[in-house]
Design a binder for this molecule. Sequence first.
Ligand SMILES: [Zn+2]
Length: 153
Amino acid sequence: MKANPLHDASRRRLAPGRLSSAGFLGPDARPIDEIVAADVAELAEAGLSVEEVADLLDELHAAADAGLEAPCAACDGRATAAIVEGMGRIPCPFACGFRSHKAVVLVKAGDLELRFTPLHSHLIRKHGFFQGRGSEFRLEPRDLAALHRACRG
Ligand SMILES: [Zn+2]
């Protein structure tokens, strides 16, 4: 696969630094294109598109937003979601102009527990980026597929 120059510039912004003290890549040394291609393919094997997963994360975020850090019912009672608000906003590390408020959403659906940030749905929808393997906030496509099954029935 031909390297995407946009992604080369992004690698610097994805490293630990000003945007995120933990960074978005962790120890994952693969090219960004490769990380994106592998994760989008894994999601597709589970029968899901990035849009379907991003829509679900947006729905869970919206449900959690109603609750002032208390767990709220989401997805017709199939899940609960709670939000922990942080201070300030974070720009998309791909420098597309998108900005998100800082927060962490905790979601439970059956035995499954995941946490994500409001930036995740944008990163997944627009950039196919689930963060690097081993990074603090990586979302595994298989976990998202399990969450989708649990929430959508
Ligand atoms: Zn972006």
